[in-house]
Ligand binder design. Structure first.
Ligand code: SAH
Length: 569
């Protein structure tokens, strides 16, 4: 239950809004404030006080006992501008409550507990196993002390705070990324374990889990490798359900990957043998399964040792796979920061390398974590940008390749993916493309079927463009023209409009939007006959309605169908 306490009429009004929004979760405490706070503190798990922080501090101070059990307390000022998480930020849930109250009342949540306020990712939230002095290094991260990052394996790491850099003279807090067993220096050092090792495993029917596990752990230990870096066990399809293998994988907390005997037979290995060839149809299971995805063989095939001296029932081999790079193709939206999606923002922060056109890099430079390598280039160098991005990802980096609007629409995604092979991970982040940004400004021009056509004949012969414009005209489809007109390309737009005019009335609404969502945005709704092509440039999209589109109160509206049009007439 959330206890609500207020002293003044303004406070009571805000209080009543909360009570109305959360009728089952809140209880209003009336009467003298000191007494109300005391009662609520004893009876509720959380309090929202519509009082000054000073007053609340004095009232709750004598009541506090333990941060794990005390109620969380949020203060909202008289003006309803701030929702302050005062006590019990984590334990009492006051941080969350402050955010929820803030949202409801339109107040700014004020949260001062360290990790929430600074937005520092905890070392244990990076998605990699972490060992060592986590508390000490986290403290250094929070305090903004320089922290060294030593990357032994080039693994595409997520964003780290700005104070994480490459070298700290004289030693100091250090984050080491390695799959090797190392002596952790003690205070001030942590080791992140990349999932870089694959253990190939062969086992005869009925091999005990303990035997398989001891073999794997022994092989890793002898090679100086950490069990925490094992990404998967790998074996042949026929052994997919072998209890010794699945049991060992379960104990290690990793998946089992299996491959067909044919596929494994095609992998070149140092130690093939006749036994598995006869049993499962490949001269190697452990080495081949470990090597099938590429990488470096660190531990060649070795056999288990049985205490009773009986023949070994399992084999294993260890491979370090190359760090899989990550290529995020990120659409930045049309311009305005609040039309950049949270996912795009997360990918930008996750990148260690950013590739893009200089003007787009400027748009989001403040979002990158310091230390991000920026490879910008000018207009035109598109293929080169695509190649660079893919090459960096292949080196194992986390790369963000950016484009305005949606990066897949007349932009970088297709040239990049034409270059990319399956040795990198590719992630696409959609963005608000210009047609949609313009549509929202114009009204509802895209309410029925619509197409986008680029009028740039740089990469596409004009005959093809013209054929598409004609098809759209004949099919009565709403058309948005991208790249409509530049200094050297001025006859294409009038020509395209003339083709549409053969099938649509001169009064057909046409929307022109320049710099959608950018500071100098402008837009107008005109008609096919009224549009002056000279007012259109490369910062503009032009949306031409279909025969049902109407100008309604200055807005361009394309009905969902054609029946509506008849009844409206
Ligand atoms: N990937 C981009 C399109 C790149 S092609 C997207 O999805 O939006 C470049 C053309 O897009 C420009 O010539 C212009 O026609 C259009 N465009 C891009 N951003 C725009 C904006 N903010 N306002 C108006 N048109 C825009």
């Amino acid at each position: 239950m959330i206890g609500l306490i207020s002293a003044t009429a303004a406070g009571a009004a805000a209080r009543d809004r909360l009570a109305a929004a959360w009728p089952d979760r809140t209880r209003v405490y009336e009467g003298p404030v000191a007494d109300a706070v005391r009662r609520a503190f004893g009876e509720c798990s959380q309090l929202v006080c519509f009082l000054a922080t000073g007053a609340v501090v004095r009232l709750v101070a004598p009541l506090l006992s333990d941060k794990a059990s005390d109620p969380g307390v949020v203060c909202v000022d008289e003006g309803g501008r701030f929702a302050v998480s005062l006590v019990g930020g984590h334990g009492g849930g006051a941080n969350e409550l402050a955010r929820a109250v803030g949202k409801l009342l339109g107040a700014e949540p004020v949260v001062t507990t360290a990790t929430d306020a600074v937005g520092v990712p905890g070392l244990d939230t990076l998605g990699l196993p972490v060992e060592g002095d986590v508390a000490g290094v986290s403290r250094a991260l929070l305090d903004g002390e320089p922290v060294a990052l030593e990357l032994e394996s080039s693994w595409p790491l997520p964003a780290l705070p700005a104070n994480v850099g490459s070298a700290v003279p004289g030693g100091g807090p250090t984050i080491r990324v390695t799959d090797r067993l190392i002596d952790i220096a003690g205070a001030g050092e942590v080791v992140l374990r990349p999932p870089s090792l694959v253990v190939g495993v062969g086992a005869s029917k009925g091999a005990p889990v303990d035997e398989v596990l001891a073999l794997i752990e022994g092989a890793l230990a002898d090679a100086g490798l950490s069990v925490a870096s094992v990404a998967a066990l790998a074996t042949v399809d026929a052994k997919a359900g072998e209890p010794g293998i699945t049991g060992a994988a379960e104990r290690l907390g990793v998946p089992v990957r299996t491959y067909s005997a044919d596929e494994l037979a095609g992998v070149e290995v140092p130690n093939p043998s006749a036994a598995p060839l006869a049993a499962v149809g490949t001269p190697s299971v452990a080495e081949a399964a470990a090597l099938v995805g590429g990488g470096e063989l660190l531990v060649p095939k070795r056999k288990s040792v049985r205490a009773d001296g009986a023949p070994a029932m399992a084999t294993c081999a260890v491979v370090r796979r190359p760090g899989r790079g990550r290529l995020a193709v990120v659409g930045l939206g049309p311009g305005a920061r609040d039309l950049l999606t949270p996912r795009a923002e997360a990918e930008l922060r996750r990148a260690s390398v950013l590739v893009g056109l200089d003007q787009y890099v400027d748009q989001i430079r403040d979002l990158l974590r310091p230390g991000t390598r920026i490879l910008e280039s000018g207009l035109g160098a598109e293929e080169e940008r695509a190649r660079t991005a893919v090459a960096e990802a292949r080196k194992g980096q986390a790369v963000a390749l950016i484009g305005s609007g949606d990066a897949g629409v007349y932009a970088m995604a297709s040239p990049a993916l034409a270059e990319a092979s399956d040795d990198i991970d590719v992630v696409g982040v959609p963005g608000v493309t210009a047609a949609l940004a313009a549509g929202a400004i114009l009204g509802a021009p895209l309410g029925h079927d619509h197409v986008s056509i680029s009028l740039s004949d740089l990469h596409t012969p004009w005959e093809i463009i013209e054929r598409r414009v004609r098809a759209a005209a004949e099919a009565d489809i709403v058309v948005t023209f991208y790249n409509p007109r530049s200094r050297g390309r001025d006859w294409q737009l009038p020509k395209a409009l003339a083709i549409l005019a053969e099938h649509r009335e001169p009064t057909t609404p046409v929307g022109v939007v320049r710099n959608a969502s950018r500071p100098d945005e402008s837009s107008r709704v005109t008609t096919l006959a009224g549009l002056d092509p000279a007012t259109v440039d490369m910062m503009t999209v032009v949306t031409v309605g279909n025969t049902a589109t109407r100008n309604i109160a200055g807005r361009m509206v394309t009905p969902r169908g054609y029946r509506w049009q008849e009844t409206a007439r």
